[in-house]
Design a protein around this ligand. Structure first.
Ligand SMILES: Nc1ncnc2c1ncn2[C@@H]1O[C@H](COP(=O)(O)OP(=O)(O)OP(=O)(O)O)[C@@H](O)[C@H]1O
Ligand SMILES: [Mg+2]
Length: 394
């Protein structure tokens, strides 16, 4: 079993606060002005085996659908084969740890979810859907799920360790991103959303905390806790207040269009350093979203402004990305003019921030969290497990 994981190469916090300070347009990274156009490809000789396989793939939905994921169903190893090292992030029902596989010394991220909390908060369906969707998808800008398992108390999701930390931290440190940096991250996200939507998956939780940077500074979308395989339109109220589309707040049902709305919010936030609609309470934010008045800072590029307005169109039948041309309309928008989409997919475009790290288990790009006092890794709960049947696929 250790050989199975030994092939896996691992080279590779959540409350919003906004302030107007530090909004000066400068990035801590001087390479932030590099455009991502046709003539800007760079080699990817450092890419690991796994990624070089994916770089041969084409960015077409047909080919995406043919790819098999790295997911190992029913692994023979379990928690005892891992050493949990430190917390990388925390969430509603659990936390994500840096972990080392004892047999190979490779690092992974382990998302640990407490079953009793999931059940109490009625999130069973979301968690099962997160496992199912992540086990199916393979894309250069989406985090890899290798396997899942459970004990009496917890569910465990073994993910690739994405060493560069949250885009959120990089954005807060920089204040705001330049137009070129913002376009780079947005374009990688467009490719990931296009892939998900082509596979009838809506992501529903786009925000800087859920976007990680890999070792070379490329986007990895994490946290599929709200993602949904689409059947028809869906009506659940979920997501983060600042990023909710009007049709979600108004419970009109929503589909793929919500992700394009959220991308509009994200592009605004990257360029401005704060989101377009914010207030002290979720209710205040919802009110502003429904009024829909966007105040653009004067330094915004005019094409970026146009794109944001087209994404932040309340009527989803008129929203860019949700029209007849789908994601192609987005890729053809003037702000993205000249982007080398294939080179981008192949990770041949130099990223604007190269996260610093000393070794594969370096966690310096993540915030510090207090470690749990109760042992998250106790193999057997004292009270038995009334919930196992709810998570039969883990
Ligand atoms: N694969 C990973 N590599 C590195 N860090 C990760 C990884 N996955 C998650 N993290 C860190 O842990 C944080 C929380 O993870 P995630 O967003 O998946 O959980 P969550 O927000 O608790 O989920 P939920 O919204 O389902 O409660 C992330 O914001 C990120 O900082
Ligand atoms: Mg999250």
């Amino acid at each position: 079993m250790s050989t199975m994981l030994s092939n896996i190469n691992n080279n590779n916090g959540n409350s919003h606060t906004y302030s107007n300070e530090g909004v000066n347009g400068s990035s801590s990274d001087s390479s932030g002005n590099r455009p991502l156009y046709q003539n800007e490809r760079i080699g990817n000789e450092n890419e690991n085996q796994q990624l070089s396989q994916s770089s041969q793939r084409q960015a077409t939905p047909q080919q995406h659908q043919d790819q098999s994921s790295n997911y190992i169903a029913r692994p023979t190893f379990g928690l005892v084969d891992f050493v949990l090292q430190r917390t990388l992030g925390t969430g509603t029902f659990g936390r994500v740890f840096l972990t080392k596989f004892k047999h190979t010394e490779h690092y992974y991220a382990m998302k640990v979810l407490k079953k009793s909390e999931i059940v109490r908060l009625k999130q069973t369906e979301h968690v099962n859907s997160e496992r199912f969707i992540l086990s199916q998808v393979t894309h250069p800008f989406i985090v890899n799920l290798y396997c899942t398992f459970q004990n009496d108390k917890n569910l465990y999701m073994l993910l690739e360790y994405v060493i560069g930390g949250e885009l959120f931290s990089h954005l807060r440190r920089a204040g705001r991103f330049t137009n070129d940096m913002t376009r780079f991250y947005s374009a990688e996200i467009v490719l990931a959303l296009e892939y998900l939507h082509d596979n009838e998956i809506i992501y529903r939780d786009l925000k800087p905390e859920n976007l990680l940077l890999d070792s070379r500074g490329h986007i990895k979308i994490a946290d599929f806790g709200f993602a949904k395989k689409l059947e028809d339109r869906t009506w659940t109220l979920c997501g983060t207040p600042e990023y909710l589309a009007p049709e979600i707040i108004q419970s009109k049902g929503h589909g793929k269009a919500v992700d394009w709305w959220a991308l509009g919010i994200l592009i605004f936030e990257m360029l401005a350093g704060y989101p377009p609609f914010f207030a002290d309470s979720p209710f205040g934010i919802y009110e502003k979203i429904l009024v829909g008045k966007i105040q653009f800072p004067p330094h915004f590029d005019s094409h970026a402004k146009d794109l944001i307005k087209r994404f932040l169109t309340a009527d989803r039948t008129k929203r860019l990305g949700n029209l007849r041309g789908g994601s192609e309309d987005v890729k053809r928008h003037k702000w993205f003019r000249g982007v080398d989409w294939q080179g981008l997919y192949d990770k041949q475009i130099q990223a604007p921030i190269i996260p610093p790290y000393q070794h594969p288990g370096d966690t310096s790009n993540f915030e510090r969290y207090p470690e749990p006092t109760e042992e998250t890794n106790s193999p057997i709960g004292l009270t038995g497990d009334p919930h196992r049947h709810l998570f039969a696929d883990f």
